[in-house]
Design a protein around this ligand. Structure first.
Ligand code: TMP
Length: 214
């Protein structure tokens, strides 16, 4: 079977990582081999970049520098993990991909980074390659941020660099994801304000319909 590339996107605390695990388990039960991964941090070098990007002072570098670093992570991730797994026939499920850069670094910062720069970075580092399916988990940022800050409260390394941006940033981000979802049929928006089981059920239905039906 041909490998497929599924990405999950959304703001903070939308439940992506839990849903990715459940989806992979379900696919495995259907006989599909999966690779679970994430951005930033899907490779050893990516984990170093993740620490730079997600911890510390929110203003330690600006959105342009952020975009470059996220794309450096993405390039390494594609070369070292995503493309080899797809070539091997596995299904790759990634917790975030390039839509996060458009949503966070462009929409989140109220369009202060040139959109064209992000599109060029995509073309240069990823090329003519797109996920087969992108599921956007949509949630009121007030609910998501509370969840995320609670989780970080218990964690050893606090990855709160983006969480600490204000409400406006996170509202822009949510609107950004919804706008991005209008640009191609590969996007599906799911309401993330429901139980883990219900959300999983919705995601499975989408994957079945889009990728498993003959
Ligand atoms: P996460 O594990 O919660 O998804 O953490 C990754 C953080 O990095 C999250 O705050 C979103 C942010 N991010 C960007 O700002 N741009 C990107 O391109 C990606 C992949 C993530």
């Amino acid at each position: 079977m041909k490998g497929r590339f599924i990405t999950l996107e959304g703001g903070e605390g939308t439940g992506k990582s839990t849903q990715i695990k459940l989806l992979a388990e379900w696919l495995n039960r259907c006989g599909v081999e999966t690779v679970l991964t994430k951005e930033p941090g899907g490779t050893p070098i990516g984990r170093e970049l993740r620490q730079m990007l997600c911890t510390g002072d929110k203003d330690k570098f600006d959105a342009v520098a952020e975009a470059l670093l996220y794309y450096a992570d993405r390039r390494i991730h594609m070369q070292q993990k995503v493309l080899p797994a797809l070539a091997d026939g596995q299904w790759v499920i990634s917790d975030r991909f390039a839509d996060s850069t458009m949503a966070y670094q462009y929409y989140g910062y109220n369009k202060r980074v040139p959109k064209q720069m992000l599109e060029q970075l995509y073309a240069m580092t990823v090329g003519e390659f797109y996920p087969d399916l992108t599921i956007i988990l949509d949630l009121d940022p007030r609910i998501g941020l509370e969840r995320s800050l609670q989780r970080n409260g218990a964690a050893e390394v606090k990855e709160t660099r983006h969480e600490s941006r204000g409400n406006e940033f996170h509202q822009n981000l949510r609107r950004g994801f919804l706008e991005i979802a209008q640009t191609s049929p590969r996007y599906v928006v799911v309401n993330a304000d429901q139980s883990i089981e219900q959300l999983h059920h919705d995601i499975v239905k989408i994957v079945e319909e889009r990728l498993l039906k003959p």
